[in-house]
Design a protein around this ligand. Structure first.
Ligand SMILES: Cc1ncc(C[n+]2csc(CCOP(=O)(O)OP(=O)(O)O)c2C)c(N)n1
Length: 545
């Protein structure tokens, strides 16, 4: 058979449902083979959008999402989405076309060394030199992408190799759950640290979400009574209403103090990726005793010198620990952070200010969404507000990119979330800066009829940079712009859209938008004049308390 047919058979054997991307002259055989397969090729309007879609598909299904770009410019356009999957640990397989092998050594049209370009942001990548190794290369790409910690892998497909005649068959996916567990001594060392603590606390991160360990973490917290603070990407691991939920940390060091970190002598990190927020923020004096529960051995960081490492299957380790520990002395419920932030959130339902202030906007979105519905954040000041204040009930319901943190992620990842969960409502929140970075994917959303509700917080500024510049220099510069009329823009894509003209419009438009079976857009004029750190407020309230 043709090598491209064997390649697509291998993708089918991996269970691939979608390939997101843009074809090129050098991927003609591959696209032809996809057309005859069980896989749906989803044309996107910019390769970055396709990479982000594969990223979210992988994150939600825990099976690698697949994206495709041609050589040269197609591949360079993929880079940001691939880098996101690399730092946010999403399983992804990236496919790029390439010219014939015999022009690789010389100057030739659109040829750049894509394998070298993608190497620093992939876990494994290779050029396909021979069609004979297709089954091995595909199996390896998926295996490496999906194993902990997950991330992107990349296969470059030279045109002549994909046109070869070849015999072969896909290698089987190996099933069976890995349950590696720490040794008896390692477990005992951790138990000694935790039982010797006067005030232990858990810091839960992205690793809990991506390994599906939230139910085990909830049982651990219930059985031991130990409070759990969550990173931005760990949002929803505990229901925010759980008495052991301490709130979301990662905005500034004061969060940690108010979540109880200042008083804690032992910190149990669970699936914590240092890329989100450096340990210097919660262990500045290097005096915490740290128990690290993760899938791989921890990164070296002078502020993260662990007393015990429990490496393996996170859920399994938590179950074993909880059984052995039972109720732990020194464990405390609730936190000042949660009291203040949630108090401010609840009070927002009475905020009548227009343009809306962020707490009221978040309150309306929370009210419009069910427990299992999904909120996807873009990157900017709105992200900090969402991380800080949006209460999550369930894991995998609030998505915040906090590794690479690239603007423009929300619309394409929202589309993929809706493809994976057509039965759930999906809302994206973007700033007016980031939204225009991948606005072209509105057409993809319309074509696929993925009913994502896109909310734009409009302030005609790069808000988070204004916030930082004002804090640092007392002024801002290079941060203002004008916007298109977003409602007319959406209309040009054939998409229903509304602009909020009064404070109560947001709730009304959200309910209407969520009742539709097509994507839609809502513009909310936003007032960022209250400080996201709520620092003064938190500070004063702390003093008053
Ligand atoms: C692709 C990319 N470029 C630049 C940045 C740096 N950056 C982070 S937030 C931000 C401003 C975001 O503005 P906007 O999208 O309007 O959201 P807002 O902050 O106003 O909520 C910038 C420029 C980034 N994170 N990603």
């Amino acid at each position: 058979m043709k090598a491209s047919d064997l390649f697509v058979q291998c993708l089918e054997a991996e269970g691939v449902r979608y390939v997101f991307g843009i074809p090129g002259e050098e991927t003609l055989d591959l696209n032809e083979a996809l057309d005859g397969s069980a896989i749906e090729f989803v044309p996107v309007r910019h390769e970055q959008g396709g990479a982000y879609m594969a990223d979210m598909y992988g994150r939600l299904t825990r099976s690698a999402g697949v994206c495709l770009g041609t050589l040269g410019p197609g591949a360079t356009n993929l880079v940001t989405g691939v880098a996101d999957a690399f730092l946010d640990r999403s399983p992804m397989v990236v496919l790029t076309g390439q010219g014939d092998l015999e022009r690789m050594h010389k100057e030739s049209h659109q040829h750049i060394d894509v394998v070298s370009m993608l190497r620093p942001i992939t876990k494994f990548n290779t050029r396909l030199y021979s069609s004979r190794v297709i089954p091995e290369v595909v199996r390896k790409a998926f295996k490496v992408a999906e194993q902990q910690k997950p991330g992107p892998t990349h296969i470059e497909l030279p045109e002549d190799v994909m046109a070869d005649d070849v015999d072969g068959a896909p290698l089987p996916r190996r099933h069976g759950r890995r349950r590696p567990e720490p040794s008896h001594d390692e477990l005992q060392a951790a138990l000694d640290v935790i039982t010797g603590a006067s005030y232990p606390i858990v810091l839960a991160g992205n690793g809990v979400a991506r390994t599906g360990s939230a139910p085990a973490l909830r049982r651990f917290a219930m059985q031991t009574g130990i409070g759990v603070a969550e990173t931005f990407m760990g949002k929803g691991m505990l229901d925010y209403e759980d008495p052991r939920a301490l709130g979301t940390v990662g905005l500034q060091s004061r969060d940690y103090a108010l979540a109880g970190f200042d008083d804690a002598d032992v910190v149990i990190t669970v699936g914590y990726d240092l890329v989100e927020h450096a340990p210097v923020n919660w262990n500045p004096r290097k005096d915490k005793r740290i128990v690290c529960i993760d899938t791989v051995s921890p990164e070296v960081d002078e502020y993260f010198m662990t007393a015990a490492d429990l490496i393996g299957d996170i859920a399994h380790i938590l179950e074993v620990l909880a059984q052995q520990l039972g109720p732990v002395t020194g464990a405390t419920e609730g936190s000042r952070l949660n009291d203040i932030v949630l108090g401010r959130f609840e009070a927002a339902k009475g905020d009548d200010a227009f343009p809306l202030q962020p707490p009221r906007a978040l309150w309306e979105i929370r009210r419009a969404l069910g427990r299992e519905d999904i909120l996807v954040s873009d990157v900017g000041l709105h992200k900090l507000w969402i991380a800080r204040m949006f209460p999550a009930h369930e894991p995998d319901t609030v998505f915040i990119a906090n590794g690479l943190a690239g603007m423009g992620i929300a619309l394409p990842t929202g589309i993929a979330a809706k493809l994976v969960h057509p039965d759930r409502n999906v809302v994206t929140v973007s700033g007016d800066g980031g939204f225009l970075m991948n606005v072209q994917e509105l057409e993809t959303a319309m074509r696929l009829r993925t009913a994502v509700v896109n909310v734009i917080w409009e302030n005609a500024q790069y808000g988070s940079i204004v916030w930082k510049q004002d804090k640092k220099f007392g002024r801002h510069f290079g941060t203002d712009f004008t916007n298109p009329d977003f409602v007319r823009l959406a209309d040009a894509f054939g998409m229903p859209a509304w602009r909020c003209e009064a404070v109560e419009d947001l709730g009304r438009h959200l309910r209407q938008a969520l009742s539709l079976d097509v994507p839609s857009l809502i513009v909310v004029p936003i007032d960022y004049s209250i400080d996201v750190s709520i620092s003064e407020e938190l500070g004063t309230e702390t003093v008053a308390a």
